[in-house]
Structures are given as structure tokens and as C-alpha cells.
Design a protein around this ligand. Structure first.
Ligand code: HQG
Length: 181
């Protein structure tokens, strides 16, 4: 049976809003917005239970503030993490001197060779602290934390974006800016 708790629903909504809107039979506009009524109907059509009250609670209580409504709550989108081609207008900001990237030990050899690549997402995701990076890395296996010399990257002309939910986003990162810790 399909799980219908808030976390499971949230995971499915992340899939729909970041990677695969067709999983709920919907489309996103060019800025990543879904129509809220369509999303609710589409999620229910998959056999899940979702109503506006539940969706509002998921948006409000999500541990990473992954989603935002527009002002009148007729539209919803993910704040970051997309693999599909939508434009989320994120603030370009100068980052702290270092940021961290959590990954798995099985990717390290390839990362040393090619750098940290965006892979399927629009940006490389960086964390402010080591604990968060460990959690991100654990999703892929035995975690490894990489420290990124963002000060040097900025000096070399790289730009960084900060999503509305506080995740730093970068272009591909050459290995020369990276160290293992
Ligand atoms: C790795 C979660 C081989 C990269 C998290 C990562 C994050 C390479 C994986 C957000 C590579 C991609 C994103 C190379 C990079 N060779 N592997 N050259 N370069 N990789 O899931 O950063 O909970 O797309 O290190 O908290 O793990 O979903 O990226 O391990 O913020 O909101 O390729 O997802 O947020 O994996 O996670 P992902 P990620 P949510």
C-alpha cells in the first residue's frame, strides 16, 4: 500500500515538483510553479490522500523548507533541487570562506578526476556545516565530506546562489578547489 504520512507525501511531492511532474499528471510553468488544485487532484489520482490542509502543513513543517506557495496559495513550487529545466530566480551572493559537499566514498575517485559535477541537477549543492554534509553524503553510501575553498573560487570569478531555503548552489567545481577532511 502507498504510505500516506506527511514525510512520504512530501517525498512524492518533491519528485513531482523537482524531477517528474508527469508522475502526478501535471505540468510546471517556466518558473517551476504548479497549480495547487491540479497538484492536489493529481496526487489523489495516484491513490494518495492529499487535501489543502495537509499540503499547507507539509509546506509549513517540512524540515528543509523545500516548498513555497505564491501569495494567494494558488501555486506551489520547490525552492531548489530541480533536475528539470525551470528557472528559479535565486539570489547571487558571496559565500562564506568555505562550504562543504557531502558525497559517498564510491564517488571520490571520479570526483578527483572530473571535479564535483552537477550530475542530474541544475547546480552542485553545498552545505554550510559538516553535519549537514554528512547527512547528504549518507544518502549515497559511506559519507565523505569535501571542503570547498569558496573564497578562492569567488576570487577566480565563480558565482554562488543561495536558495530561499538556505542551500548554496554552485556550478561544477574543479578538484583544485576541493580538499578531503
Ligand atoms: C556526486 C538533498 C561521480 C555528488 C540534499 C552526489 C542536497 C559525482 C551525487 C540535495 C561527481 C549526485 C542534493 C563525479 C558529483 N563523479 N559522482 N564527478 N560529481 N558526484 O542527489 O548533492 O533532501 O543529485 O557528490 O540535502 O547528493 O532532496 O546531489 O553524491 O541538498 O531536499 O553525484 O538533495 O536535498 O547526487 O544532493 P544528488 P546531492 P533534499
Amino acid at each position: 500500500a502507498i504510505k500516506n504520512d506527511d514525510v512520504s507525501l512530501g517525498r512524492f511531492i518533491s519528485l513531482v515538483l523537482r524531477h517528474e511532474p508527469s508522475a502526478a499528471g501535471i505540468e510546471l510553468d517556466s518558473e517551476g510553479w504548479a497549480n495547487v488544485d491540479d497538484l492536489i487532484r493529481g496526487v489523489c489520482d495516484t491513490g494518495r490522500n492529499l487535501d489543502m490542509e495537509t499540503l499547507e502543513r507539509i509546506v509549513r513543517e517540512n524540515n528543509k523548507k523545500r516548498y513555497s506557495f505564491n501569495e494567494d496559495k494558488t501555486k506551489i513550487r520547490a525552492n531548489q533541487g530541480h533536475s528539470i529545466d525551470v528557472h528559479i530566480d535565486m539570489k547571487i551572493m558571496s559565500p562564506p570562506y568555505v562550504l562543504y559537499h557531502g558525497t559517498s566514498d564510491r564517488f571520490i575517485e571520479s570526483i578527483k578526476e572530473k571535479g564535483i559535477l552537477k550530475m542530474s541537477r541544475q547546480y552542485v549543492h553545498l552545505s554550510k556545516d559538516i553535519d549537514t554534509a554528512v547527512k547528504v553524503g549518507k544518502r549515497h553510501g559511506k559519507p565523505v565530506v569535501l571542503v570547498i575553498d569558496t573564497a578562492k573560487m569567488s576570487a577566480d570569478g565563480f558565482i554562488f546562489r543561495l536558495s530561499d531555503n538556505g542551500v548554496w548552489q554552485s556550478e561544477d567545481i574543479p578538484w583544485k578547489y576541493v580538499a578531503e577532511i
